[in-house]
Design a protein around this ligand. Sequence first.
Ligand SMILES: Cc1cc2nc3c(=O)[nH]c(=O)nc-3n(C[C@H](O)[C@H](O)[C@H](O)COP(=O)(O)O)c2cc1C
Ligand code: SF4
Length: 422
Amino acid sequence: MNPKLCTETYNHSHPASIETYLSLGGYDAWKNILQNKMPRSKIIEKIKDSGLRGKGGAGFLTGLKWSFIPLIEGQKYLVCNSDESEPGTCKDRDILRYNPHSIIEGMLIACYAIGASVGYNYLRGEFMDQQWKVFNEALKEAYKFKLIGNNIISSNINIDIYALIGAGAYIVGEETAMLESIEGKRGMPRIKPPFPAIKGLYGKPTIINNTETLASIPKIMLNEDGWYKNLGLNKSEGMKIFCMSGHINKPGNFEIPLGTPFADLLKSAGGISNNRKIKAVIPGGSSVPVVKGEDMMRINMDYESIASAGSMLGSGGVIVMDDSTCMVSVLHRISRFYYAESCGQCTPCREGTGWLYKILSNILSGKASLNDLEQLNRIAFQIEGHCICALGDAAAMPVRSFLKNFWSEFEYYVDKKESMVS
Ligand SMILES: Cc1cc2nc3c(=O)[nH]c(=O)nc-3n(C[C@H](O)[C@H](O)[C@H](O)COP(=O)(O)O)c2cc1C
Ligand code: SF4
């Protein structure tokens, strides 16, 4: 049985309560840091050495990111990114719902390590009914137990954490758009550099980390050096939650060692439903390139292995499609999402996403020609790498990979004006 970092409370009768969390060694890492006055640099080194990579999509090394914060005194901020809006991704909502104290403890440790006295957790608007309430209740408990606030455990350390809620825009998950939104402005990405670690929230040094990243911190700090790193398989380091959805028997979140063969993960998720064949997999949320099913069955769930299959691990949202799937319809649906969610700030993304969606709509309504398929590729190529933020790439990469892997299906649709898949 592998240790669970973020999902260990799930089987308890009151998973989100502070009593459950404390009974599992919760807040021990935080108390240990305060009681031993652990130097900030030691924490950053430990997180760096653990090999922990950001779980929000880009997979950037967490300790390295923290080390970019200037050492000078002054106001700094931590922001936890709980916006989770990438289609196919549903892990952060469960951590918020079932293990909110792991996020709070991770945020406290991160605040301490970077020298921030204030942390914000920004939740997506749709979490208002459930996760928002559970997280705020957990915050109240942590204050009641004096694990947060002023002079925590007589350490002279003051840290406050606030929860904020968005208004339903995918783009606010992009870290600088999130900062704009927290400042009360329209959530639109900033041009980088400067990066947030130098000039972030209200112009002050700021670290933004994903919910799963921060929830992984307490266990890493509690265990001996090398523990987290060695949880990975086949030369990979650490763990990851994969959100399994699509044509499978047991959809859900699976926290497993990085490097686990995809075939084993699929088996844990009950295999393909209705005894059909696997056709394609989007391994890291809707914005990453699609991979053919047979190629996926040969690789492991880690950054390098998925990259070797031409895709990305992204946020860990694994969308499995069986042989009844019409790839033209899937791409049409994905393109509509990015068109709707573009903030409109840069021309290639604003105009290009609409153009892609229009051509795909024309294919579905039998009004497209073969030239339009080349045009799709050309537009995607012009968007990729030419925008302020990665939403442009997120719109372009699926288009290019769907065409590359399933060209004949697109050709058939244009020619016969109907799907190849009945
Ligand atoms: C369009 C767009 C949407 C994003 N949405 C999210 C999101 O919902 N949650 C998240 O953690 N990161 C999201 N990201 C990535 C963040 O910008 C940022 O890299 C991440 O929160 C950093 O945390 P990490 O280093 O722990 O992964 C998004 C990026 C882009 C370009
Ligand atoms: S790439 Fe798209 S979403 Fe990102 S800033 Fe430009 S227009 Fe906005």
